[in-house]
Design a protein around this ligand. Structure first.
Ligand code: SF4
Ligand code: SF4
Length: 295
């Protein structure tokens, strides 16, 4: 058996194309990404490029280390719950009809107060930067994620627990809810919900686009195969007033009711046309009553 060949194979496999089951909501973990097109592709459930095998392994290592880090907190006497007793699943907080969502690693009880717990595994260099400069400077996207978790849950405190992948040292960043940060985050989510799906860059070779998981669907959609569904249709808008992450067809197709602009978009009809980023800042559709919501 040639182990070198096996390793070469294990380390050189490409991703298997595009993820078959992409998320279908604006996620707290990616709300720090300022590209509205990216957020819209996520919200509408378009497939992203799947990571190559090494990157996927890095993600898997991060997930595998999360329980170890949580157990270290428990060893230190911090009461942490990883599962919502109501559902048996990860704690989840949502808004806008479940189109904006946060899944959190745990809820800690500190001095009688609930805290969001977010675990990150970092390379030594990145871990040291975080310890030295603080999360706001070193990892603003993680900060946005944690602020979104607090904004969606209503909790006022969070701890970001980072483990150094080289030394296994643990560092905790204490983060207070910041209403101004949350305002910026929720404004971005609202803009996307209202239809501002503009691209952040008009150059597919820009740094942000080259490493974007939605790059193919954004710039070369013919390379991506996916099933038509109403959320991916340019005629649909997110139903933000009812829970369940559902969609409304603005032309009244696909449903049993004949009332245009109010039909739940559940069944794909012959008028399906895939959503694409608009050329200008002008929203592609209106979402009613977003501004009436308490955000
Ligand atoms: S490829 Fe670029 S423009 Fe397109 S979604 Fe990604 S970051 Fe935005
Ligand atoms: S019912 Fe037809 S037109 Fe309406 S959102 Fe679905 S696919 Fe698009």
């Amino acid at each position: 058996m040639n182990f070198q060949e096996i390793c070469d194979d294990l380390n050189s496999r490409k991703g298997d194309g595009h993820d078959a089951r992409p998320r279908t909501y604006i996620g707290a973990s990616s709300i720090g990404d300022t590209c509205h097109a990216y957020q819209t592709f996520c919200m509408r459930g378009f497939p992203g490029n799947s990571p190559d095998v090494k990157l996927q392994r890095i993600f898997n290592i991060g997930h595998a280390l999360e329980p170890l880090v949580i157990n270290s907190l428990k060893d230190a006497g911090i009461h942490v719950m990883e599962r919502d007793p109501m559902t048996g699943n990860q704690y989840r907080f949502t808004a806008y009809g479940d189109h904006f969502m946060a899944n959190v690693d745990g809820i800690a009880e500190v001095d009688g107060e609930p805290w969001i717990v977010e675990v990150k595994t970092l390379m030594a260099k990145k871990w040291r930067e975080m310890v030295k400069y603080g999360i706001k400077k070193s990892h603003p996207k993680y900060l946005a994620q944690v602020q979104a978790c607090m904004g969606l849950s209503g909790y006022m405190k969070a701890m970001l627990v980072a483990i150094n992948k080289d030394t296994a040292e643990i560092a905790i960043q204490v983060i207070d809810f910041d209403v101004i940060e949350w305002g910026a985050i929720s404004a971005r989510a609202e803009a996307v919900l209202k239809g501002s799906g503009v691209r952040e860059s008009d150059d597919p070779e820009s740094w942000g686009c080259r490493y974007c998981f939605k790059r193919d669907i954004c710039w070369e959609p013919s390379k991506v195969s996916y099933k038509p569904q109403c959320s991916r249709c340019e005629c649909s808008v997110p139903d933000i007033l009812n829970r369940g992450g559902s969609w409304i067809c603005t032309i009244g197709g696909g449903g049993e009711s004949a009332s245009p602009a109010s039909v739940k978009a559940t069944d794909v009809c012959g008028q399906f046309k895939a959503w694409t980023p608009p050329a200008s800042e002008a929203p592609t559709h209106k979402v009613h009553k977003v501004n009436d919501l308490p955000f």
